[in-house]
Design a protein around this ligand. Structure first.
Ligand SMILES: Cc1cc2nc3c(=O)[nH]c(=O)nc-3n(C[C@H](O)[C@H](O)[C@H](O)COP(=O)(O)OP(=O)(O)OC[C@H]3O[C@@H](n4cnc5c(N)ncnc54)[C@H](O)[C@@H]3O)c2cc1C
Length: 349
């Protein structure tokens, strides 16, 4: 088999790069071994405001301008709805936070999203003595459904190899790469935290931050918005809600833990006043980097070997734009901005 590209990894980054290739009539095959679960468990929220400090997410406008049409186009292809536009209510902890909210609402980058008023949450089942601020033009992508549909579709088209890609088996020739019986122009590694096993790029500063989430059933809650309080609570429909997430820089396993569940439940009980039962508990490693910027580029000794990683805590918004930038770099010679290029680090691989 001869293809333009091998893609390794079918999370949000791999899907976004595959879509770029399709748009430009490039051929490809995807390797996916289900060793990482970040995209599968992700809450899927997109929101251009950092809710801790009321500051704009880096490059949010440009990211959303590419991301929203990207998901709309996939909805059109699969005749499914993935983008659930939904407001976010940020509960306040104090009068000071209320004041900070008003100050932030005046910032040009934030005014399209943050409403300059203090409002009650739509439900009386959430503790919010200082009320809340409302964000709109925000939402949630049903990432698990999207990944699953994308995977099934590639499988049907014979473009998915359900196995671990073994980096050491790549043979490089002058004009192409060889991997087993495949000849490819280039390989793009979209491995999430699996990058730590990749001998071409494992010296890059990808730290990985584990996150755990609960899915709860809370029939009395009746809430149609996302709440950000001590914790996020996101409606999934059918009285189900995702609750999360934890942040752990040390545990690099994808398994949910008892400590994670306890932390989430303690926070949940501090904000939720109605009964609930836990129906699921999941975990994944966010591919986070030291400087909170993505990792794009090619190996220093072989420009046929590329990386698309470091999507961090906001893969939903950032992955489509980064895939586009990597494609333009690889195929059209457009330089990568220094802040996203792996050349900003002294690569030791
Ligand atoms: C608890 C939690 C909550 C989150 N919530 C949000 C949120 O609300 N909004 C948001 O935008 N982001 C969120 N994120 C972050 C988001 O999930 C990530 O930014 C994004 O999913 C990363 O996508 P990726 O494709 O780079 O990596 P991954 O999703 O990890 O995909 C990498 C893929 O590569 C495969 N792979 C790796 N190595 C190999 C190999 N050698 N051979 C074959 N296959 C391989 C893995 O199996 C995996 O499928 C959350 C993450 C977590 C963990």
């Amino acid at each position: 088999m001869t293809v333009d590209y091998i893609i390794v990894g079918l999370g949000l980054a791999g899907i976004a790069f595959a879509e770029e290739l399709k748009k430009h009539d490039k051929t490809f095959i995807v390797f996916e071994d289900q060793s990482q679960s970040s995209s599968l468990v992700a809450g899927g929220m997109y929101n251009p405001v950092i809710l801790k400090r009321f500051t704009p997410v880096w490059n949010a406008k440009e990211q959303l301008e590419v991301a929203l049409p990207f998901y709309a186009s996939l909805e059109n292809d699969f005749k499914k709805s993935y983008d659930q536009a939904i407001p976010i209510y940020r509960t306040f902890k104090s009068i000071e936070e209320q004041n900070n909210w008003f100050i932030a609402c005046d910032k040009p980058a934030l005014e399209a999203y943050m409403h300059p008023e203090i409002v009650e949450i739509e439900t009386d089942k959430i503790v919010a003595p200082y009320k809340s601020g409302r964000l709109s033009n925000t939402g949630r992508i049903k990432v698990r459904d999207l990944v699953s549909d994308y995977r099934d579709n590639l499988d049907k088209e014979g473009l998915l190899v359900d196995e671990t890609f073994v980096h050491q088996l790549i043979i490089t020739w002058e004009n192409f790469l060889e991997y087993k019986d495949i000849k490819a122009g280039k390989v793009v590694f979209c491995e999430g935290n699996g990058l730590i096993k990749n001998p071409f790029f494992n010296k890059l500063p990808l730290f990985g931050t584990k996150g755990e989430l609960l899915t709860i059933h809370a029939p009395e809650l009746k809430m149609d918005c996302i709440i950000k309080s001590a914790i996020f609570i996101m409606p999934l429909g059918d009285d189900l809600y995702k609750v999360g997430a934890t942040f752990d820089r040390f545990d690099k396993t994808n398994e949910p833990t008892e400590e994670g569940r306890m932390e989430l439940e303690t926070k949940l009980k501090s904000v939720l006043t109605c009964a609930y039962s836990i129906v699921d508990h999941e975990a994944g490693i966010r591919p986070t980097t030291g400087d909170r910027r993505p990792l794009l580029g090619v190996h220093k000794d072989n420009d046929r070997i590329a990386v698309l990683n470091g999507m961090g805590m906001r893969g939903v918004m950032i992955a489509p734009l980064m895939a586009k930038k990597l494609y333009q770099f690889l195929e059209e010679g457009v330089e990568l901005d220094k802040e996203i290029s792996i050349t900003r680090f002294k690569q030791k691989n």
